[in-house]
Design a protein around this ligand. Sequence first.
Ligand SMILES: [Cu+2]
Length: 251
Amino acid sequence: MFKSSIAVAALALISQVAAHGYVPFVKIGSQVLPGWDVNTDGYTTPQPSRIVRATKPDSGFIADVNSGDITCSIGNSKLPPTEITATVAAGQTVTALWNTWPVGHYGPVLNYMARCPDSGCSKWKGDSGSPWFKIQQSVYENGQWASDTLAKKSDFSYAIRIPSNLKAGKYLLRHENLALHGATNIGGAQFYPVCIQLNVTGGGSFQPTGNLNFPGAYKATDPGIHFNPYQGEAANRAYVPPGGPVYAGLQ
Ligand SMILES: [Cu+2]
C-alpha cells in the first residue's frame, strides 16, 4: 500500500517533468548529435559523455535567478563534467531540438556564448568573471511569442547562428527558454537553460570579453522577468527581454 502510493507519486512526477521539455538532440549541418536525455542519461552508469551539459534530476524549471543552476541547467554545477564538444564553423547554425515545449509557456528564447579557458570547457563552470555575451534572441514576433513559434511552427526546434567573425576556439552556448506565463508575480518566471559545448572553427578575430555573469545577469525584478504576458499585443511587442541587447560587434 505504502510502496504503491510512492510509485504512483513518482509516476506523476515523471509525467509532469516530461511536459516541460529539454534538448535530447542537437543538429549541426546535416548531423544530429545526442544532447542530454533527461530521462535516461543521468541514470546511466557510467554517465554518458554528451555535448549538452548534464542535467539532473529533471527538466523542471529554475525559478531562482541567483541559483547556481541558472548558469547551465538543474544540477549541472554538481555533476561530472561533460568532456566532449561538437564542432561547428563560425557562421554555421546549431539547432536545438527540444523534445517538446508546452504552448502557452509564453516567452522569449535567449542565446548566449562564453569562451572556455585554454584548458577547455569540460572542467569550467562558466559561473564567474562575466564571460557570457548574448548572440541572438527571439522575442514576440508576428503576433506570437518565440516559445510558441518554437512549439507550433518549428516542430520544437530553434536555430542559433554562430557569429561568423567569432574567433575560433572552445565555447559554451547557453540556449534558454524563458517562460513568462506565471511571471506576473515576482519569482514566477521559469528559466529553462541548456549549455552546449562547442568547438568553433574558422571565424575571424573577434573575441568578446563578455559582459554577463550567470548567476548575476538576471534580477527577479527585471522588467523582462517580472512581466504580465496577458496584457495584449501592444504590451507584448514592447517587451524587452533580460540580459540586454545582442553583444556589439558580432557579425
Ligand atoms: Cu512547465
